[in-house]
Design a protein around this ligand. Structure first.
Ligand code: ADP
Ligand code: ADP
Ligand code: ZN
Length: 215
């Protein structure tokens, strides 16, 4: 099973992907996470991507499609994949077709998380993650059970992304509308798109996605 989670910044792609990983043994491939790791490690890719990401613009199609291909090569063929934040342009969608067919994988579903744009800024500006295990949290919508302590690993250190500020979010939303939303019709024409109400509680969104995967 190979699925794409599609939706604007803050829609809940990462949150849902990690829940599916826990429950289904699938692997989450997040280009955002992989790029942030490259920036942190100071690799040539990271050096190219840093300023682009901080501005909320899109990293080049060649870079992201390259890292997705490499990541897939590290997986067993039978491991299911959740693509989180990729593809984001028509060129990336075309590359993904080639990347998948080269590896004899097929795309099963494209799940669009539908959200109100007004909610996204609040979601993004309240987002933080565990510095140790990367579990995602929110100041209002998903606080750790014990304040200041990660539910998963017990760490007391958290981090916020430099691009999770209101101004950059606006740029990222514009990029989504201009470059990412237009790839939906490509997948619609193939009958792959399933829509989920991303404004529901985190748990209910997961249930809706699982119903699609089990259908
Ligand atoms: P994306 O990966 O699409 O950018 P995230 O999964 O990181 O989005 O979610 C953005 C923020 O919103 C996080 O702080 C997360 O805890 C919170 N969040 C995710 N899904 C929901 C939801 N259904 N309701 C309320 N808050 C949510
Ligand atoms: P969010 O889900 O909150 O939009 P991501 O973590 O997916 O954020 O992405 C963060 C940044 O990384 C993007 O704003 C962009 O600069 C870069 N990025 C991630 N994935 C891609 C992609 N598929 N194509 C181009 N740039 C990407
Ligand atoms: Zn943790």
């Amino acid at each position: 099973m190979n699925i794409i989670l599609l939706g604007p910044p803050g829609a809940g792609k990462g949150t849902q992907a990690s829940r599916l990983v826990d429950e289904r043994g699938m692997v989450q491939l997040s280009t955002g996470d992989m790029l942030r790791a490259a920036v942190k490690a100071g690799t040539p890719t990271g050096l190219k991507a840093k300023a682009v990401m901080e501005a909320g613009e899109l990293v080049s199609d060649e870079i992201v499609s390259g890292i997705i291909g490499e990541a897939l090569d590290d997986l067993k063929p039978e491991t299911g994949v959740i693509f989180d934040g990729y593809p984001r342009t028509a060129a990336q969608a075309e590359s993904l077709d080639v990347i998948l067919s080269d590896r004899k994988r097929t795309l099963d579903h494209v799940i669009e998380l539908e959200v109100d744009e007004d909610a996204l800024v609040a979601r993004i500006t309240g987002r933080f993650t565990c510095a140790k295990c990367n579990e995602g949290y929110h100041d209002t919508f998903k606080q750790p059970k014990v304040a200041g302590v990660c539910d998963v690993c017990g760490s007391t250190e958290f981090k916020r992304r430099p691009d999770d500020n209101e101004e950059t979010v606006r740029t990222r939303m514009t990029e989504y509308r201009a470059k990412t939303a237009p790839i939906l019709p490509i997948y619609e024409a193939r009958g792959l798109v399933r829509r989920v109400d991303g404004m529901a509680d985190i748990k209910h969104v997961t249930e809706a996605i699982e119903a699609i995967l089990d259908s």
